[in-house]
Structures are given as C-alpha cells and as structure tokens.
Design a binder for this molecule. Structure first.
Ligand code: EPZ
Length: 416
C-alpha cells in the first residue's frame, strides 16, 4: 500500500528502538567494494535504500548473505569490473558513493548521476574536486560521472572543501583509502555517519585519523581485509520520534541512541518546554503542557541537522508563539509546508526562512510525502492532528525508516 491512514489526536507512550543509521549504511555498503574478503555488518537498517544498494552490489557479482533483517555478510572479492546497473543507480541519491568505490577498487568509475531531491539541485562539484586532488581525471558526460586514475594509480593529495559536504567527505575518503600516499580533507563534514564510515574502513585495515573533526587524514594502504562492524544508531530516526512525542504529547522512551549525537535536538526540545531525560543509550521524551516557540537554524554537525528541520517545524506549528526557521544547508526545503497549511498550520515561507505562527490544533487532511523527511513530518502532523490524515507516496518514507508504522502503533498511534 503506498499510503498511511492516521487517526490523530492521541498522545504517544511507550518504548521505541531506533534502527541503524541510513546515512552511514548507504556509504558503508558501496565502500565494501574496496574489501578483499568477507565483512559481517550488523545493525543494518532494513530500508528500501539499503535493499536497492544490495541489489546493485549483487548485480556486480558481490556475494551477499542476509543472516537476519539487520545483519549481513558481504564479499566483494570477485566483483566484476563492471558498471553498476544504470536503472538501479539512478533510483538512489547515495549511488554517487560508487564513484569513489569503483575508482578506488578498479582505478576507474562510470556511474549514472541520480536526479536531485525535492529540495533542489544536488551538485557534486566538491566530490569531483576531491577525486582530482588524488590524481583522477573526472568527466560529466551524458548524465554519467566518468573518473579514471593515472596508469600508476591514485596518489594521496590535499583538498579543502569549499562547502562542508557530507557526501564529498565520505566519497573522497572512500576513493583515497587505497591510494599511494596520504590524503588530507580540510573543511570536512563531521556528522556521526562520517565517523561511522571511517570506523568501518579502519576495522577493515584502512588508516584514517581525524574523522569527526574538520581535518581528516587518510594514509593509503595496499588492501583492505574482511572483518565485522556494527552500524551506529540513526540520529535522525531518533530525532523523528523525539519530535513526534513533542508534537503529540505523552511519554516516549527512545532506545538504542547515542545521546551526544542528539544534543542539538534535545536542546531545542527543552526550549520548547519538552522534558528530555538522557540515559547511556536512550532518551526519555515527555510533554504535558503546551509547546512553546523557539527558533531553529540548520547547520552542519554539530549544529542543528537539516534532516530534522521538517519534523521540528511540524511540532512548532502547535507551539505557543511565533518561531523562525532558517534552512542553512539546502536552498529551500519547505515544499512540505504547503501540505501542513492544508491541515491548518500558519506558516509563511520566504526563501530559506519559514515563519511559523503556532495554532491550537491541526486538522487531518489528505497529504503527500514529497521526500523522506517531509514524509516523516506528514506522519507527525497526522498523529498530532484531530481527525483522519491520509499520507500518500509513503515509498519516500520507507526509503529511510524501518517498520515506521509498527513502531508508531507500538507507541499507541492509530495508523495503518
Ligand atoms: C547528505 O546529503 C544526506 N544524504 C542528506 O540527507 C543531508 O541532508 C545532507 O547530507 C546534509 O546533512 C545522505 O547522506 C545520503 P551535502 P549530501 O553534500 O551528502 C552543497 C536525508 O534525508 N554541495 O552535505 O548530498 C549542497 O548543495 C538526506 O537522509 C555542493 O555545493 O549533502 C548543500 O547545499 C536528505 N557541492 C550542501 O553542500 C557538492 O559537491 C550540503 O550538501 C556537494 C554538496
């Protein structure tokens, strides 16, 4: 079924366990191409983006064993030096990680460029700048990225990113781990999933230091060996459930989290009069009284994550007072506010700024999930609204959230 039906207006209560981080998994799986041997990866989120990447790896000859929905064994030793299937690659944004992986493994890459997202163009000029810094020649031709290393292979280089880019940081890291010499990435992104990719590669023999800071050093090695790794919990999925508890009211224990990764989200929720209690690997989110307004500006980590902007803006629609949201990463990531307005929200968007006048309640309505996080915001709005909300195009949500309906129903939501 490609829609959810939500009977809203109920507080949420109970326990939810967060899955593995999507934005770590979608880089780690292509990076496995570099490994000569079998790697066992645990806490892999069972989401459609992961299933698609596994289909691409399988089409290239990788040996994949699913030991459980969230644990797999992957061997790319006999992967053919072939291109990933274009039709599959075009369906997922994160397929650009195959550029770095094929370049690092085979010395050349030809990857179809995926389309943009619903919030504007998704350039890759910084990825290309990084590959050129390690000696590759890169061309954009007929919708493909073609990269080739010199005959004597890639050599370590230095690249200073003009923009803090998660994808470029990860892609250059992937391309550089088997290069001759040391690569330095300056102005690197510091997101938790960057550190997770670096830790995965290091567990397989890579020599990477500085991940999580803005200078990452990769000392090239001759090969990577197999091993085991467990992916970190998903910071954004955790934040999504925290924002849902804030919007709906009630008391939700969000388990399998790393509280440090949630600091910005926790701080903002506390400003909104939400009670957040931190434990070693869980946070308890409680909201009884009315939400109060706050302002949010999205920034690279450790700033407030852009991927939490739609979910928090939705909660702020019900807060007392006027909140100002500034989208600092993507040109304008507010298309979903049109859907919220149909539910009675009072939001005025001007470029990167959204002004949210809190209202007493939202009313259920038919809405669309324009993209992954916009879709999560629609679910939160439906759960908090009075009446019935139908969310369409939920395939966009299921790209990045594992068993979302089951997890919300276990918290008392009336949805299917
Ligand atoms: C990753 O996208 C995430 N996707 C996005 O999450 C997330 O919104 C984004 O990072 C920012 O945190 C994945 O990890 C698969 P960027 P990415 O490169 O890597 C500009 C989700 O919901 N830029 O950090 O594509 C770019 O236009 C998704 O899970 C360049 O100018 O984002 C943007 O303004 C949505 N040139 C900024 O940098 C480049 O070569 C940050 O982009 C690359 C990026």
């Amino acid at each position: 079924m490609n829609k959810y039906i939500i009977q809203g207006g109920h507080p949420l209560s109970g326990v939810v366990t967060v899955s593995g981080a999507k934005n770590a998994a979608v880089a780690i799986l292509p990076a496995a191409l570099l490994i000569n041997g079998t790697c066992r990866i645990e806490n892999v989120p069972d989401i459609s983006d992961v299933r698609l990447l596994l289909e691409i790896l399988d089409s290239m000859g990788a040996k994949i064993r699913r030991l459980s929905p969230n644990t797999l064994e992957l061997c790319c030793t006999n992967v053919r030096d072939s291109e990933a299937s274009d039709a599959l690659v075009r369906r997922i944004r994160a397929s650009y990680y195959f550029i770095g992986a094929q370049l690092g493994r085979f010395g050349h890459a030809r990857v179809a460029l995926p389309g943009g997202c619903n919030f504007g163009a998704r350039p890759i000029d910084q990825h290309i700048k990084g590959f050129e810094a390690i000696g590759a020649a890169v061309d954009l031709k007929d919708g493909f990225v073609c990269a080739a290393a010199p005959a004597d292979g890639l050599t370590g280089g230095r690249v200073n990113l003009d923009v803090v880019s998660v994808g470029a940081t990860m892609n250059i890291m992937i391309g550089a781990v088997l290069a001759n010499g040391t690569t330095v990435i300056e102005n690197a992104a510091k997101e938790p999933h960057i550190v997770d990719l670096a830790n995965f590669l290091s567990a397989m023999g890579a020599k990477i230091s500085g991940a999580g800071t803005d200078v990452i050093k990769i000392r090239g090695v001759r090969s990577l060996h197999g091993g085991s790794y467990s992916i970190i919990p998903d910071q954004i999925e955790a934040g999504t459930f925290m924002a849902a508890a804030a919007a709906c009211g009630g008391s939700v224990l969000v388990k399998n989290v790393i509280p440090r990764h949630l600091e910005c989200i926790t701080a903002k929720l506390r400003e909104m009069s939400v009670e957040v209690t931190e434990f070693d690997d869980a946070v308890l989110v409680r909201r009884e009284g009315r939400l109060t307004k706050t302002n949010i500006k999205t920034l690279p980590y450790p700033g407030f994550p852009t991927d939490m902007q739609p979910q928090m803006t939705t909660a702020l629609c019900l807060a007392e007072g006027t909140s100002i949201i500034t989208e600092g990463i993507w040109g304008s990531r507010y298309r979903y506010t049109e859907e919220l307005s149909r539910m009675g929200a009072n939001i005025h968007v001007d470029g990167a700024i959204a002004v949210v006048e809190g209202v007493k309640e939202l009313n259920g309505a038919p809405v669309r999930a324009h993209d992954l996080r916009a879709g999560a915001a629609m679910v939160i709005a439906g759960l908090a609204a009075k009446g019935v909300t139908e969310v369409e195009q939920v395939q966009n949500i299921e790209r990045g959230y594992e068993t979302l309906v089951e997890k919300f129903v276990a918290l008392g939501a009336d949805m299917y």
